[in-house]
Ligand binder design. Structure first.
Ligand SMILES: [Zn+2]
Length: 258
């Protein structure tokens, strides 16, 4: 099974994280082959088999995995030992209506699923708390990233200056054409650099927008890593909602403390 990583995050002691590609699973057609999402039209048994393969290859306990019913919002849930296994092998018992998970618990793997949206990992290496987030353009505009930083400050005594952050493979600006309204809102929220014009149509740099939101919350730029791959340019390697006409599997970011 092929994983990719965010090198800056691999340097955080006792933190583990993996980002999957679409390879190494049992799903077929639009979900070939390592689809990790239950809610996208794939066979549930195949998704469970894929998650078992992932857990074994990555070295975490699937029975403790926590996932979220992601809704492109900005609600973030704190989870602990009592939540272990929520959504591990079904959509129904995943943490409802939330796009971010935070924990200070050890050996509690948290998963975010994406296909063009940005998966974000925030870690406080001193207080040992981590957050995983799902940020598409809607979540980015609702400032889910800086909201998570504030929750870490309020709930865990985090100093944002020591947070280490990573943004996983997501759609690149060349691929991400948007309407004028979205472009205007992005420009207003995150500055003119996050919108560019290609073929007379505005395009948004989603990872740059999320990174700008993280910087606005006090994380130094040098501690924010952006994965270089675009999910649509590299739809041979990742699932891409846009690149596959809206019918696609989900890659995942999983993170946990040892
Ligand atoms: Zn691209």
């Amino acid at each position: 099974m092929a994983f990719t990583h965010l090198p800056l995050l691999t340097s955080v002691p006792r933190l583990h994280h993996v980002i999957t590609t679409r390879h190494g699973g049992v799903s077929t057609a639009a979900f070939a082959s390592l689809n990790l999402g239950y809610h996208v039209g794939d066979d549930d048994a195949a998704v469970t088999a894929n998650r078992r393969r992932l857990a074994e290859a990555a070295g975490f306990n699937l029975d403790r995995l926590v996932t979220a019913q992601q809704v492109h919002g900005m609600h973030i849930a704190w989870v602990g030992a009592n939540d272990a296994g929520c959504g591990a092998t079904s959509w129904e018992d995943a943490v409802p209506r939330c796009d971010g998970l935070i924990t200070a618990e050890r050996h509690l793997p948290l998963m975010i699923q994406t296909a063009d949206c940005a998966a974000v990992l925030l870690t406080d290496p001193v207080n040992r708390v981590l957050a995983v987030l799902h940020a598409g353009w809607r979540g980015a505009l609702q400032r889910i990233a800086s909201t998570a930083v504030r929750q870490l400050i309020d709930g865990a005594g985090t100093d944002p200056a020591r947070l280490v952050a990573g943004i996983g493979p997501a759609i690149c600006p060349a691929c991400f054409a948007v309407g004028e309204e979205t472009a205007d809102a992005m420009r207003e929220a995150f500055g003119p650099a996050v919108v560019t014009a290609h073929d007379d149509q505005p395009h948004v740099d989603l990872p740059a927008a999320v990174a700008a939101d993280l910087r606005s919350a006090g994380i130094p730029a040098a501690q924010i890593e952006v994965h270089p791959d675009c999910t649509q340019c590299r739809s041979d390697r990742y699932f891409s909602h846009r690149g596959q006409g809206g019918r696609a599997g989900r890659i995942a970011m999983v993170a946990w403390w040892e």
